[in-house]
Design a protein around this ligand. Structure first.
Ligand SMILES: *[C@@H]1O[C@H](CO)[C@@H](O)[C@H](O)[C@H]1NC(C)=O
Ligand SMILES: *[C@@H]1O[C@H](CO)[C@@H](O)[C@H](O)[C@H]1NC(C)=O
Ligand SMILES: *[C@@H]1O[C@H](CO)[C@@H](O)[C@H](O)[C@H]1NC(C)=O
Ligand SMILES: *[C@@H]1O[C@H](CO)[C@@H](O)[C@H](O)[C@H]1NC(C)=O
Ligand SMILES: *[C@@H]1O[C@H](CO)[C@@H](O)[C@H](O)[C@H]1NC(C)=O
Ligand SMILES: *[C@@H]1O[C@H](CO)[C@@H](O)[C@H](O)[C@H]1NC(C)=O
Ligand SMILES: *[C@@H]1O[C@H](CO)[C@@H](O)[C@H](O)[C@H]1NC(C)=O
Ligand SMILES: *[C@@H]1O[C@H](CO)[C@@H](O)[C@H](O)[C@H]1NC(C)=O
Length: 779
């Protein structure tokens, strides 16, 4: 059984606004101010003009939105837009573009609308791709699973709609074409599910929300006007809205038991899914390929031509990456160009701005999902605009000590340290004693003592696990200084925590999530893991209305979550798109297309960085880079490999016949001269123990049309020189294969760590890039 840890992370985004100050030309912005109950056109327009007048002449306005929601559009400079943004009535402000603003901004950010090849594909081809999602089930009534416009279930699908508690045949449709559930494993370990005393359905119905979220991210149908209380309003969609979903519920209360997972994978393979999406996995120390159900199940999937993507995990640290088998696409998590922002308004009319990418989590260590399930609206300052925005007295925990408790102890807001008569009706500022403090408990103790809000000073600017039930916000030390100075200067300090608003098109993006698991790969360091990164922060998608605990205590149809759980379905969706366009491509070919086209540069043309850090990330955080769906559809060259290559890879890593039997179910003997694992025809290149010089081999398949010449471009790792033979690859027809050799020559030891470089093949149009990671042991 896996005993995995859920991580909770709160990341403070470093300040980034819509545009740099150098841009002074005006653009058309939409200023959205949320719902309003008493539409009075005149008064709305007049209020709009008042607001606009504070930054520019009112004739700059273009549209007024006065009916079902409030707002206006206007021609503004970025600076003016920023000034407006600071007005508390503004929910979000974004540039008006010809296409609709997508709530699931991630798909906008990934430009999936620009994939002509896919968009022009006939519906029956697009809708022939089936994605199996193994998780906590699905909420079938969600609007995201409507089957408008979808034809009959593909005949190749052999799955079933298994009925159960509150799940009938009518809960499947042409979108959710299969539903199964597995509980034998979990009951074997923990006893009957009823013992949990939690809401659940003995069926594929999702009471947890996680599975619903993933499934709708992959293949949710278009839903207009989706938002969480106006945060991130727009059209909601999955990445491959025409693809079909087969749901396998093998996870309960956040726990996925190996045996249940393996049964689900077994069924999914047999049912005929094309893609499998797995947002869970073990945490290190990793078990060997032969003993890990995800590795075993996905090996069989690979053999049957099924592409498997799995989350890298939320392990923060070097060596924490999970699901590392080379036949799995391992997905890290990064930000997109949307940031949520809250303000603390102080009585002296000062405003403390807190920008953040939220990630959230569940604080149960017993759970087995590698996820972060909850995005706590009330809990992390993501406060819906409907919330009242009153000023409250502000008090630091240290000034609210219970009689006999030293102020220092009370400053941490722990149990039995606060005086209710001092805390009642106030917002309490609490410090962290250590990074291991339970933030959720602090919130609880503030509530118990009658407090109305909490501001937590979290110097690490990150957290492990929290679930806070009241209006809350996390601030860093700089912000804390400002806040404490205000308190010190005021006789009656007051503050108000604002609603959260959405900023779009922020730079830089993407940045690697602080929580995202990192390499090196602890099982086979020759293979760079993770493979790729995709949006995994603040992802809005469908939710189970029963999963209120993880939705700020409310019953909601959509929720925002962060984690590598959320980035994985993005890759699954793009893989589904590729599969629709190139039905004959192997899982390794799809993987290669995704990896070699990924970008290592962000939207400010700098190398991808890390959230809350000014340093650049490395391939051990993003693998080959950030997913680039448009380029992945037409990669130029492919690094393919087969199941035989995978077995050779295992042989070179010392697998014996009984281990291979375990994995493949077949009697297999290794070749006498196993092929070294750095020679697996993988789309990235790694050597974990390089002594002096070394030659490695790769083979590429040309998937373009007509004759083409690819030229190599080299980016040397520090202390290593290399050459490529031949320097040019000349292709004349589609499908042609050519091999090349890389001769490495180290002139400096890398002193126990890895150095990174890259090899890119380019014909002037396509760029086929492989990151290189080398550990030079000796020269
Ligand atoms: C915010 O906008 C309102 C009009 O909607 C205006 O009355 C108010 O003065 C503005 N506040 C600030 C701080 O500019
Ligand atoms: C599930 O079905 C039972 C029996 O039909 C019904 O009483 C209950 O309300 C249903 N629960 C939900 C959440 O729909
Ligand atoms: C979405 O909202 C807009 C504006 O509020 C409204 O005009 C439109 O009809 C809505 N669409 C749907 C499908 O509800
Ligand atoms: C085969 O797999 C099972 C279950 O994953 C594991 O318990 C067993 O140790 C494995 N055997 C070998 C030889 O790796
Ligand atoms: C205050 O905190 C310190 C350190 O955690 C602890 O040793 C001490 O007992 C606490 N004092 C009271 C009165 O709780
Ligand atoms: C807080 O302390 C009280 C009694 O001192 C205890 O009953 C309660 O369980 C404690 N709460 C937590 C969450 O530790
Ligand atoms: C294969 O390796 C496993 C793990 O090291 C070991 O338990 C097993 O006995 C080996 N089997 C054979 C046939 O060598
Ligand atoms: C090599 O690493 C060790 C320990 O990590 C460090 O003390 C030493 O300074 C490093 N040497 C060089 C040349 O970087």
């Amino acid at each position: 059984m896996n005993v995995l840890q859920l991580f909770a992370v709160l990341v403070f985004f470093r300040f980034a606004f819509v545009h740099g100050t150098t841009m002074t030309t005006r653009k058309h912005y939409i200023v959205y101010m949320g719902h309003h109950s008493h539409p009075n056109v005149e008064s709305v327009i007049s209020a709009n003009h008042n607001m606009l007048a504070s930054v520019i002449a009112k004739k700059a306005s273009v549209h007024h939105y006065t009916k079902s929601f409030r707002g206006f559009s206007a021609m503004l400079t970025p600076d003016q837009a920023q000034d407006l943004e600071e007005n508390d009535s503004v929910v979000s402000i974004f540039e008006s573009r010809t296409n609709q603003v997508h709530t699931t901004n991630s798909w906008n950010f990934l430009r999936v609308d620009k994939i002509k090849q896919y968009n022009q594909l006939p519906m029956d081809l697009k809708s022939d791709t089936i994605v199996g999602v193994i998780d906590t089930g699905v909420w079938p009534e969600s609007e995201s699973f409507n089957d408008h416009g979808l034809g009959p279930v593909p005949t190749k699908f052999k799955g079933e709609c298994v009925t159960g508690d509150n799940f009938t045949l009518s809960n499947c449709n042409r979108k959710i074409i299969g539903a199964r559930f597995y509980y034998g494993g979990i009951e074997a370990v923990f006893g009957p599910l009823e013992k949990s005393k939690r809401t659940f359905f003995r069926s594929a119905r999702d009471s947890d929300g996680h599975g619903t979220h993933l499934a709708s991210t992959v293949a949710g149908s278009m839903v207009e006007n989706a938002s969480y209380y106006g945060i991130g309003k727009g059209t909601l969609r999955g990445g491959a809205p025409s693809a079909r979903l087969a749901i396998y519920k093998a996870c309960w209360f956040g726990i996925c038991i190996d045996a249940d997972v393996l049964s689900a994978m077994d069924d999914a393979i047999d049912d005929g899914v094309d893609i499998m999406s797995l947002s869970f996995g073990p945490s290190p120390p990793l078990r060997d390929y032969f003993m890990d159900p995800v590795s075993i199940g996905s090996f069989h999937a690979f053999q049957k031509g099924i592409f498997v993507s799995a989350s890298a995990g939320n392990g923060h640290f070097p060596g924490s990456v999970a699901n590392v088998a080379p036949w799995i696409m391992t997905v890290a998590a990064s930000s997109m160009d949307r940031v949520l922002q809250s303000f603390i308004y102080l009585g002296n009319s000062k405003i403390i701005k807190v920008m953040f990418n939220i990630c959230s989590l569940n604080n149960e260590v017993k759970v087995n999902l590698l996820t972060e399930r909850t995005y706590i609206f009330q809990g992390t300052g993501v406060n819906p605009p409907t919330e009242s925005t009153k000023f409250y007295s502000l008090i630091a925990g240290s000034f609210a000590a219970f009689p006999g408790i030293p102020p220092q102890n009370a400053s941490y807001c722990k149990n039995n340290t606060l005086d209710p008569s001092l805390v009642k009706g106030k917002i309490v500022i609490c410090a962290m004693e250590s990074a291991a403090d339970a933030r959720a408990e602090k919130g609880l103790f503030v509530i118990q003592n009658g407090g109305v809000g909490i501001i937590i000073i979290d110097p690490a600017a990150k957290s492990d696990a929290f679930q806070i039930q009241i209006k809350a916000i996390f601030i860093d030390l700089e912000e804390a200084k400002e806040l404490l100075a205000y308190i010190a200067a005021e006789r009656n300090p007051i503050a108000r925590i604002s609603q959260t608003r959405t900023l779009l098109m922020t730079e830089p993006a993407p940045e690697i999530a602080e929580f995202s698991s990192r390499g090196p790969n602890t099982l086979t360091p020759d293979i760079i893991k993770p493979d790729i990164t995709a949006p995994g922060i603040n992802i809005l998608a469908a939710w189970s209305p029963l999963a209120i605990e993880s939705a700020g205590g409310r019953s909601v149809d959509y929720n925002i979550l962060s984690g590598s759980s959320m980035s994985c379905p993005h890759v699954s969706a793009v893989a589904a798109i590729i599969k629709s366009c190139h039905p004959s491509w192997s899982p390794a070919a799809i993987k290669s297309a995704l990896m070699t086209s990924a970008t290592s540069v962000d939207n400010s043309h700098d190398l991808i960085g890390r959230i809350s850090s000014t340093t650049h990330a490395t391939p051990f955080e993003y693998g080959s880079g950030h997913i680039n769906p448009v380029a992945a559809l037409d990669p130029g060259l492919i690094y393919d490999f087969t199941i035989t290559d995978a077995v050779d890879f295992l042989c070179s890593n010392g697998a014996n016949s009984s281990q291979l039997m375990n994995l493949t179910g077949e009697q297999i003997y290794c070749k006498n001269q196993p092929i070294p694992s750095y020679d697996l025809n993988y789309p990235s290149i790694g050597v974990s123990k390089m002594k002096g010089s070394l030659s490695i081999w790769r083979k590429v398949t040309y998937v373009g049309k007509g004759p083409s010449v690819y030229v190599s471009q080299l980016d040397y790792p520090s202390g290593v020189h290399f050459t490529v033979v031949p320097k040019e690859l000349k292709f004349s027809t589609t499908g042609e294969e050519l091999s090349y050799r890389i001769d490495f020559k180290a002139h400096k030891s890398s002193n126990g760590s890895f150095v990174f470089g890259a090899l890119t093949w380019s014909n002037g149009i396509h760029r086929v890039r492989s990151p290189i990671s080398l550990n030079v042991v000796s020269v």
